[in-house]
Write a new protein. Sequence first.
Length: 202
Amino acid sequence: MQGAPESKARLAVFDFDGTSIAGNSPVLLVSHLLSRKMLKKRVVFRILLWAAAYKLRLPQNEAAVRGLVFTAFEGKPAAEVDAFLAEFYDERIAPLFRPEADAAMRAHAEAGDTVVVISATFEPIILRAMEHHPFDNQISTRMSVATDGTYTRAVEGLPVEGEEKLAAVRRFGTGRTVRRSNRAAGSHSPSTGSSHDDSSGA
């Protein structure tokens, strides 16, 4: 006797910047680094040029701009940088997390959906958010670590933008049904992406 077909798990996808939080974490991070004089003037100038071209919707090298931001951390121990970014989250991002986004994530989780947050921001920031909000999976930017345990300026993998962004969600969602919600700050097709898809404990 053939059993009933196994139902697919549902995947609830939330964007981070502008949806889960009332702001843009990469922009806030650049501001944070500037206030601490951790970025050189020529680097800031190049980031501003990138931002201007982005607004004009000109072709962009997504990996390059992330590398520019990470000049602030190049050669520093990954554990030290991760702690810095976690502290940045606590100070600048946590107060911006929208209660309605937290509630929508919790509702999906309680309904048995797999909740995943997607963002172009750096992975340690999202991992910190994961400690305080009801999601266990994320797709975000992971920067490469050298053999000596220090960060480089290279993005690990491909930046997830445009079609690649959707491809990252599809890869993550293999065997699951992607669920989109009309709830306030609920599930969205992602508008930002990154180099890595991950789940807690992986």
